[in-house]
Design a protein around this ligand. Structure first.
Ligand code: FAD
Ligand code: FES
Ligand code: FES
Length: 482
């Protein structure tokens, strides 16, 4: 291959292309360079789903493949190297017949102006590939990253229910074979003047590169970084991509911990976390949408350090720590010591997040997390809370609570914790804890919620947690009002 060239499969054909700008998005490449205009641009920030495409990769077992949606508007082109891309143009059969997903949408009248339709087709295609008999809840979840402003969702859901019966000619082994054939033996490095792109395959090379270029941008899933380019037009300088680093893509269970590589996608990290902590189900179901979770990583969420990042309150209360690496040295830091101020963390120049260490669940400990946002699906939290409770009879042996959206960083609610620990687990204690929350935080007003609202919401969420422990509230709510 010529220097600066990436190779991937596009709708069944292996193609090579020279990269001159590493932040060119997959969507720009499809629409502007290849004139494949079926994939649409709506928001250019991962919210509307008009740009949804499917990426196929060898799965973590190394034997099979997994097909996952992503938002092509915020995915940078060189991250496709060695992968397979399927767009709406690639779904028709060889005889020109519509794919069962497309046919079901036609039959159920699931399209009007059609602008959103290719995106819905690709989200339904992912569902069809991975879950041929979805429940209504699974359909809703699969479509939570797609917006339609004219058809309404009922016929689209009907199409999702109908498509399941029909087979297509998918041959997983053939896809896997092609992906193996195009796999790159060497590390990818593209020299684009001031904005070089590196995709090392092992952590030693990654650490060396970041040591050499400590001002480089580490790119994981790009679901935050993509917007720095499409919305803020920021220059990223040198980019080092973590998505190919084998050691950062592993989820391991040791005797005491889950070790989650910093480049593991949310889609792959969440099942391991929920196996330990099922009380986090609702929060993670409402975390963004499938295409964002398929690209975005747990490591990116933590490193980005947004005060309204959803994973951190839960990780803080369960006592997660971060393994930070610089060169060949590693250190471990508790997550609740990682953030110093708004977007300021403890990482030193050349140091990066290698993996997240999450203690395994303990018997008799209740863990839960709650998210409040204006929409149920695909919305950023106004506040997000998490709790870890150990009772000894009716007394609280240990209580931890962490909150997002109330301060410049996600933080433990220390006064509230002190008010609860050692007390009787009853309504009076919860009311005292709610008062203490007002001393723990001085929230701000912004477009998501006012300061007063935030405080009241978090106090009510704590009351709800207490009711959950009394069996008076379902911990996982799927009531969409439908
Ligand atoms: C439409 C939309 C919806 C979203 N919804 C939610 C939501 O509901 N809840 C939520 O919490 N977030 C949400 N997000 C934000 C985002 O998806 C998450 O923060 C995600 O986890 C970021 O991961 P990433 O891999 O995409 O990070 P990237 O964008 O690749 O990187 C984010 C930051 O982390 C740094 N970084 C990445 N890896 C490392 C590493 N190994 N070491 C050091 N630094 C590193 C990057 O340099 C960058 O500063 C949403 C985003 C979008 C676009
Ligand atoms: S264009 Fe809206 S999600 Fe990509
Ligand atoms: S059919 Fe018009 S936006 Fe969905």
């Amino acid at each position: 291959m010529t220097a600066g060239t990436i190779r991937f499969v596009l709708n069944g054909e292996v193609i090579e292309t020279i990269v001159t700008d590493p932040t060119r998005t997959v969507l720009q490449f499809l629409r502007e360079d290849l004139r494949l205009t079926g994939t649409k641009e709506g928001c250019a920030e991962g919210d509307c789903g008009a740009c949804t495409v499917v990426v196929v990769e060898v799965d973590s077992s190394g034997d099979g493949v997994e097909a996952r949606t992503i938002n092509s508007c915020i995915q940078f082109l060189p991250t496709l190297d060695g992968k397979e891309l399927i767009t709406v143009e690639g779904l028709r059969g060889e005889d020109g017949a519509l794919h069962p997903v497309q046919q079901a949408l036609v039959d159920e009248h699931g399209s009007q102006c059609g602008f959103c339709t290719p995106g819905f087709v690709m989200s339904l295609y992912e569902l069809y590939r991975n879950n041929p008999k979805p429940t209504r809840r699974e359909i809703d979840d699969a479509l939570s990253g797609n917006l339609c402003r004219c058809t309404g969702y009922r016929p689209i859901v009907a199409a999702a229910q109908k498509m399941a019966g029909e087979g297509d000619n998918w041959d997983a082994a053939a896809h896997s074979k092609t992906l193996r054939e195009i796999a790159r033996d060497e590390n990818l490095g593209i020299d684009c003047g001031d904005s070089d792109f590196y995709a090392p395959k092992d952590i030693v090379t990654f650490a060396k590169l970041y040591g050499k270029y400590p001002d480089a941008t580490i790119l994981a899933g790009g679901t935050d970084i993509g917007l720095w380019v499409t919305k803020q037009h920021r220059d990223l300088g040198t980019i080092i991509y973590s998505g190919k680093v084998a050691e950062m893509l592993d989820v391991e269970v040791t005797g005491t911990h889950l070790e989650i590589g910093a480049a593991v996608t949310l889609t792959n990290a969440i099942p391991a976390l929920l196996e330990q902590y099922p009380g986090l189900t609702e929060m993670f179901q409402r975390y963004a949408s499938p295409p964002i979770r398929n690209a975005g990583t747990l490591g990116g969420n933590i490193a980005n350090g947004s005060p309204i990042g959803d994973s951190m309150p839960a990780l803080m209360v369960v006592g997660a720590s971060l393994v930070l690496q610089r060169g060949f040295s590693e250190r471990e830091l508790s997550l609740d010591k990682f953030y110093h101020d708004y977007q300021v963390n403890d990482l030193q120049p050349g140091e990066f997040l290698a993996r997240i260490r999450v203690p395994l669940a303990e018997d008799g400990v209740i863990v839960s997390s709650q998210k409040w946002s204006k929409r149920f699906d695909q919305d950023i939290s106004a506040v997000c809370t998490a709790y870890r409770l150990r009772l000894d009879g009716d007394k609280v042996a240990n209580f931890r609570m962490a909150c997002g959206g109330l301060a410049a960083t996600v933080q433990r609610a220390e006064r509230c914790e002190a008010a609860v620990t050692g007390a009787t687990w009853n309504e009076a204690t919860i009311e005292a804890a709610c008062k203490a929350l007002a001393e723990d935080f001085t929230p701000i007003t912004d477009m998501r919620a006012s300061a007063d609202f935030r405080l009241v919401a978090v106090q009510n969420l704590l009351r709800r947690f207490w009711l959950e422990t009394q069996g008076e509230v379902e911990t996982t709510v799927y009531n969409y009002g439908r």
